[in-house]
Design a protein around this ligand. Sequence first.
Ligand code: HEM
Length: 180
Amino acid sequence: MYGMVNKAIEEMVCKHHGKPAWEQIKERAGVDVPMFVSNEGYEDAITYQLVTAASELTGAPASQILEAFGEHWILHTAREGYGDLMDAGGDNLPQFLKNLPNFHTRVIMMFPNLQPPQFEVSEVKDHSLHLHYRTHRPGLESFVVGLLKGLGKLFQTPVQTRLIESRSAGADHDVFLVEW
Ligand code: HEM
C-alpha cells in the first residue's frame, strides 16, 4: 500500500499516545523504516504488522484499532489532506455512499499504482442501503466500519452499520447494511 496509509497510522498513534509509543510499535512490528513516504509503495505486510503490534502493546483488539483508524482516515487524513476529493464525493452521507463505487477512480489519478477496494451499492432506500465491499486483502472489515462512522461524523448524520454477509463466514464478499 502507498506510504500515506502507514503515515496516517503514525499520525493517529502520535496524536493520541506520543512519538515514543510509535517507535515502540515499529520496533515490536520489526519495521525498520525511519520515515514513510506518502507516494511510495510498501508491502501490505508492513501495515498489518503495525496494526498487530499496536494491538499487542495496547491490549485492544486489532478490530478496534482498525475501526479507530477508519475514523481517523476520514476525519483527518482525507478531510485535511484531500478536501477537494472529499468534496467531489458528495454533499451529504447518502449521496457520498452512492458515489463511493467511483471514489478511488479519482484517487488513481494521483496514485497510479493504487490497488483500491471495490464498492457497490444495492437495495437503496430513503434511509438505508447495502454496501458491497470487495478486496483481495483479508481482515479489513473493521476499517470499513470505522470509515463509515467517520463519514457519519463528517456529514453530521448518525449512521449505523451491520455486517450482514461476511467473507470470514464463507460469503463471496462482505455486505454492510448501512442505516442513517
Ligand atoms: C481522499 C480520500 C481517500 C484517499 C486519498 C484514499 C486512498 C487510499 C489508498 C492510498 C489506499 C491504499 C491502497 C493502495 O495503496 O493500494 C486506500 C485503501 C482503502 N480505501 Fe481509500 N482513499 C480515500 C477515501 C476512502 C473512502 C471515503 C473510503 C470508504 C468509505 C475508502 C476505503 C478504502 C479501503 C476499505 C481501503 C483498504 C484497502 C482494501 O480494502 O483493499 N477510501 N485508499
